[in-house]
Ligand binder design. Structure first.
Ligand SMILES: Cc1cc2nc3c(=O)[nH]c(=O)nc-3n(C[C@H](O)[C@H](O)[C@H](O)COP(=O)(O)O)c2cc1C
Length: 216
């Protein structure tokens, strides 16, 4: 069993997190912390375990310089230490399902044939959905990864900003996602808050627990 955090520590970290508007461009996430954060993306759970996504880490300064223009001028995409583009597969096809089941057989050291009932369920689930429904479903999965990434970062004292304020088609073009079979759905720069970011000290605006939680 890992060492778990305390309730107080958990709340302290979640209250410390805020959507960072201004990152310190000079502070970089140490490699060990980044490797853990990258793994938090890959460890994200998904419906049927299908992982219909890929996480693009934009390191190239040249590519990043092109992004604010397609992000409503938001500079977090260039200033943050790391920039994650959460993208979903444009097609979850039969070959992908095969790859997933082969991987499952390998990792769990089981006979591929024993996975047939599960395979039937997966294929039935996917074939019962239109292309639009599949894309909406895949987007929901990507947002689970976003939540896991932000929460994990907060535990490490790393700032993030979830971002929907960008033009996915332009990101797909600039980062060559379309030709790779992906489309961008949400972004998350990660790094360290700039001391001048006044948003860090603004009180959180949330409805009360009484309004948002209901015991039935
Ligand atoms: C999916 C999503 C998209 C968001 N897009 C942006 C964005 O493009 N730019 C931005 O500055 N903040 C963005 N935000 C941040 C929210 O405005 C912020 O999380 C919310 O006001 C609550 O504040 P807090 O995160 O500081 O507690 C986004 C948040 C979420 C969850």
């Amino acid at each position: 069993m890992p060492n778990f955090t305390t309730a107080t520590d958990l709340l302290d970290r979640l209250k410390w997190r805020y959507a960072t508007k201004k990152f310190d461009p000079d502070r970089k996430i140490p490699d060990a912390d980044w490797q853990a954060l990258a793994s938090s993306l890959v460890l994200t759970p998904s419906s049927l375990g299908l992982q219909p996504w890929k996480f693009f880490i934009v390191e190239s300064a040249e590519l990043r310089a092109q992004l604010p223009e397609h992000s409503f001028g938001q500079t977090q995409v260039i200033d943050a230490s790391h920039l994650v583009v959460f993208a979903i597969k444009t097609e979850v096809d039969s070959a992908y399902v095969d790859a997933y089941l082969n991987r499952m057989a390998e990792v769990r050291n089981t006979d591929r044939a024993s996975l047939e009932p599960f395979e039937k369920m997966v294929r039935g689930f996917l074939s019962g959905k239109s292309q639009d429904e599949l894309q909406s479903w895949a987007k929901l999965q990507a947002y689970i990864a976003l939540g896991q990434f932000m929460g994990s970062a907060a535990h490490l004292g790393i700032d993030t900003c979830p971002m929907e304020g960008f033009v996915p088609a332009e990101y797909d073009r600039i980062l060559s996602l379309t030709e790779k079979g992906y489309t961008a759905v949400v972004l998350c720069p990660a790094g360290y808050r700039d001391p001048s970011d006044r948003y860090a000290s603004l009180p959180k605006v949330r409805f009360s627990n009484d309004e948002m939680l209901e015991i039935l």
